[in-house]
Design a protein around this ligand. Structure first.
Ligand code: SF4
Length: 387
């Protein structure tokens, strides 16, 4: 591919493909304009703007007070508001989200004033890199805050307004900031230490991770493999999941409009598999119990997806939380009793077969451990189902 024709990928572009290839096609190939914006995205953008403005003010030699900061937030919230902001969770109000953003900012302000850690090299700073020497696999991203904290020591800071706190395991295989690290190391060759820092604002928590040169090399290869898969995809099949409720293309998606015959990962109900983890989790929330299942499950899901990509293995989760692997990974389907639409549902029992058939013995112990933990959790929850 000539260098000039190569599309530029980003972490969010890759994630979109993973969660739904059809959404990817609508957004990045057909470039269908999006008029709707989820309130979660709206809130996230406003909080990012305010934190960027805060550091700009500090760079100018001043420090805004907390009331000034919040005033800036309210002003931006009103200024940018539009009628296409969509609230999916109908039991929540605009004020709920606005107050959530305010709490994120208060917690960050109190924990980080006077905001003088290191030398800020960039805010919302665009970085680019190529994963190969020929410039065929280009990556770009925007670093919320890039900081030099000493000679050759850099930190990549990212603000998250998510209501879910990932596990350290998920953070350690997160793709986004590791791709940014590749770009930072290319731009600043003196970088001998790059810290990856996530600010989970709603929790007042800072999560940190480091990547070894080997891990970065693995990331390059798995990302190139994924880009190859995307560029070879001729079908861009939709995947129905809970994320559909936030999809701005739902009104044109065949899964939600004409119910045409498209490939989906089947639901457990259709297969007679009984109670799902999603259902249990919802039930716990309805009972006012802490959603511990969801937190553990989601952390493992995130980690497995990242690890699967790293290992060049295609895995997906059904909307009911089941783990599926592409049947194309199996040399023989003779012993698989549950192959649906080209996917095989994984269970603890099927792991030995999986290991033999796709030679998972060559995959990392780290990845296998994540699979086993996820499946063990699933099995345990099925066992303790109460209805
Ligand atoms: S509505 Fe769901 S299945 Fe359809 S394009 Fe969007 S994410 Fe994909």
């Amino acid at each position: 591919m000539p260098e000039s024709a190569a599309p530029i990928y980003s972490a969010s572009r890759l994630s979109t493909y993973e969660s739904c290839p059809l959404q990817y096609r609508y957004r990045y190939i057909d470039r269908i304009p999006r008029t709707e914006e989820s309130i979660e995205a709206y809130l996230g953008v406003r909080v990012h703007e305010v934190l960027s403005a805060l550091y700009q003010t500090v760079q100018g030699g001043n420090q805004p007070s907390l009331p000034d900061l919040l005033q800036d937030y309210y002003r931006r919230w009103e200024q940018h508001w539009h009628t296409q902001v969509k609230i999916v969770k109908r039991d929540r109000s605009i004020d709920h989200y606005k107050a959530f953003g305010e709490r994120c900012l208060v917690s960050y302000y109190q924990a980080h004033q006077p905001f003088n850690r290191g030398e800020v090299l960039g805010l919302e700073h665009r970085v680019t890199t190529s994963l190969d020497p020929h410039g065929c696999y280009k990556i770009q991203g925007y670093i919320d805050r890039l900081v030099c904290v000493g000679t050759g020591r850099y930190e990549i800071h990212d603000y998250k307004t998510s209501g879910r706190l990932p596990s350290q395991g998920a953070i350690d295989v997160d793709r986004q900031l590791a791709l940014y690290q590749l770009a930072v190391e290319e731009r600043w060759p003196d970088a001998k230490e790059v810290g990856l820092v996530w600010h989970y604002l709603a929790f007042g928590r800072e999560l940190r991770s480091r990547r070894t040169p080997e891990a970065l090399e693995g990331l390059k290869h798995s990302t190139i493999a994924m880009i190859d898969r995307i560029e070879a995809d001729a079908e861009f099949k939709p995947i129905k999941s809970s994320l559909c409720h936030w999809c701005t293309y739902q009104n044109i998606c065949p899964l939600w409009t004409d119910h045409s015959d498209v490939t989906q990962i089947p639901s457990p109900d259709a297969l007679g598999n009984g109670r799902s983890m999603e259902a249990q989790s919802r039930s716990l929330v309805e009972q006012g119990e802490p959603d511990a299942y969801a937190i553990t499950r989601d952390a493992l899901r995130e980690a497995i997806m990242a690890a699967a990509e790293h290992e060049g293995t295609e895995m997906r989760f059904s909307e009911h939380g089941e783990l599926w692997i592409s049947a194309s990974r199996f040399h023989s389907k003779a012993n698989l009793d549950e192959v649906v639409n080209g996917w095989v549902r994984l269970s603890v029992e099927s792991l030995p077969l999986l290991f033999r058939q796709v030679e998972l013995a060559r995959l990392s112990a780290h990845f296998i451990d994540k699979l086993q933990r996820y499946l063990a959790l699933s099995t345990s929850e099925d066992r303790h189902a109460t209805y």
